[in-house]
Write a protein that binds this ligand. Structure first.
Ligand code: G1P
Ligand code: ZN
Length: 545
């Protein structure tokens, strides 16, 4: 096997976004596109030479081919040991788990998360560092800078290896270890949760659950853990076979895209508990009978009840963190527990330093992401198991648990409006106009609401002092309501404008209203302030969650 040096030229636009480099498959398939990016990782991450690398992806179209390309480049660049999931598969939280468990020097995740898959859809690549988490901005920026000057890459001249067979093989001087993608992750879950109690809950016969894997990576994980290890009846996991195009669906666990599982919870015969996860297994949606738990509430409930879960009882809870647009529900819990609550920019990478420095135990985002210090990614199945364990201990319904939570802490009504595929210039202009008027807004009245503060969120990392500016426009009103505007950093077409709306209700008598009704005044203010229709031509959002 020979190492080949191939000449190449830089591609524009290889700067990673909120979560890695995401583009259409067609873009990734251009000769040298993936190669350049991967070589840039090796050129900037010196520890990988002679070190251990983890590789795995969510099984979407191009996952297999990309895995082979990466293995050849890794071997040519002197990586000593690669741990790769069987068939090139590993969920994102499992990559994080495996990096940490085997003290690898980094990992490459092949995924575009919840974006659709297939020859005409999306692909993505993300580098994770030795802590198991998404690379921080200084690392992604170094990789990007390297892609702008790259003029050759190294690869091994060899045929494809058999990725389906578990075991160890040699690729030139590099050892390739093909592992079962589920085992290490399942062991970690077993160490955190009381599997015995959950098993009893399933065996009681009076509890019904479905988990929708959306034809994505969590299928094998959920089948093994829920059905085989916890004794859930077979058929509990639906859409459990991973497909390269996710069955043509949009593997995003929310009320719109996961409507199949939502409908199973509805009506008087609705099931007791339902959950779904996304393309790469890091997102989750949790539902009770006729009841949707917002991700922001889910985080708050998890933190308020951590002491009931065996894996988290040993140590006192450190602090918590939420991304800026996530509702302030968890802030109220942190206040009561007397712990710190950090507000970070959007994206899981901002939690990494806080977790590593043991400043926080739990963290979450409104975008269906919840997690803890057990790995350095958000973790869909972990959240589902946390809820299952909670249901087993509390012996109450999902709705009762959340409603009692609201009575104690107040309810943060919450909704998000997404305007997808908006003209890029129009979206940038809308944000700029908002920024231009921020200074003049505090103290002004709009539709009977008084603006208390208005700013463009900027974050100084408390551990390494890195400053991240322009992270979203925040408009806060007297009484605790908020409107937040930001542009997505994960889209691959046009721009996506996200508008996040939140309003706080402390009075238990007023906590049972429909979210849409409560939000109507704020939505109207949000439209007026940003002139959404005038600037984008849209009268309605594409998705409401
Ligand atoms: C979105 C979510 C964000 C999440 C990211 C990756 O990013 O809003 O919370 O961390 O996906 O799953 P966005 O498209 O808004 O930049
Ligand atoms: Zn994801």
């Amino acid at each position: 096997m020979q190492i080949l040096k191939t000449n190449t030229t830089p591609f524009d636009g290889q700067r990673p976004g909120t979560s890695g480099l995401r583009k259409k498959v067609k873009t990734f398939k251009q000769p040298h596109y993936l190669e350049n990016f991967v070589q840039a990782i090796f050129d900037t991450q010196g520890d990988l030479v002679g070190g251990t690398l983890v590789v795995g992806g969510d099984g979407r179209y191009y996952n297999r081919e990309a895995t082979q390309i990466i293995l050849r480049i890794a071997a040519a660049n002197g990586v000593a040991h690669v741990i790769v999931g069987q068939s090139g598969l590993l969920s994102t939280p499992a990559v994080s788990c495996v990096i940490r468990k085997y003290k690898a020097h980094g990992g490459i995740v092949l995924s575009a998360s919840h974006n659709p898959g297939g020859p005409d859809e999306d692909f993505g690549i993300k580098f994770n560092t030795a802590n198991g988490g998404p690379a921080p901005e200084n690392v992604t920026e170094a990789i990007y800078q390297r892609t702008t000057t790259i003029n050759d890459f190294q690869t091994l001249e060899t045929t494809d290896i058999d990725l389906d067979k578990i075991g160890t093989l040699q690729l030139h001087e590099m050892q390739v270890e093909i592992i079962d993608p589920v085992t290490d992750y399942a062991e970690l879950m077993q160490s955190l949760f009381d599997f015995e109690s959950i098993r009893n809950l399933f065996e009681s016969g009076s509890f019904s659950m479905r988990f929708d894997a959306m034809h994505a990576i969590t299928g094998p994980y959920a089948c093994r853990i829920l059905e085989e290890m916890l004794g859930a009846p077979s058929g509990t996991v639906i859409n459990g076979t991973p497909l390269t195009d996710f069955g043509g669906g949009h593997p995003d666990p929310n009320l719109v895209h996961a409507h199949e599982i939502v409908s199973m919870t509805q009506g008087s015969n609705g099931i007791d508990f339902a959950a779904a996860s996304d393309g790469d297994g890091d997102r989750n949606m949790v539902l009770g009978q006729n009841f949707f738990v917002t991700p922001s509430d889910s985080l708050a409930v998890i933190v308020a009840n951590y002491h009931l879960i065996s894996g988290y009882q040993k140590d006192k809870i450190k602090g918590v963190a939420r991304s800026m647009p996530t509702s302030q529900a968890v802030d109220h819990v942190a206040d009561k527990l007397g712990i710190e609550c950090f507000e970070t920019p959007t994206g899981w990478k901002f939690f990494g330093n806080l977790l590593d420095a043991e400043k926080i135990t739990f963290c979450g985002e409104e975008s269906f992401g919840t997690g803890s210090n057990h790995v350095r990614e958000k973790d869909g199945l972990w959240a589902v198991l946390f809820w299952l364990n909670l249901l087993a201990v509390k012996k109450q319904s999902v709705a009762t648990i959340v409603q009692e939570h609201w009575r104690e802490f107040g309810r943060n009504y919450y909704t998000r409006y997404d305007y997808e595929g908006v003209n890029k210039e129009a979206a940038t202009d809308l944000m700029q106009q908002l920024r231009n008027k921020l200074a003049s807004l505090p103290g002004t009245q709009i539709q009977n609401h008084t603006i208390e503060y208005a700013d463009d969120f900027s974050y100084t990392d408390p551990i390494d002092n890195t400053v991240s500016k322009n992270q979203g426009v925040r408009i806060g009103f007297i009484g605790g309501s908020r409107i937040i505007y930001r542009l997505s950093g994960t889209g691959t077409e046009g721009a996506t404008l996200r508008v996040y709306l939140e309003s706080y209700e402390i009075d238990p008598e007023k906590q049972q209203q429909a979210t849409a009704g409560v939000m109507t005044p704020l939505i109207s203010i949000a439209q007026e302030l940003a002139q959404i229709t005038q600037k984008t031509g849209r009268t309605q959002p594409t998705v409401i969650t």
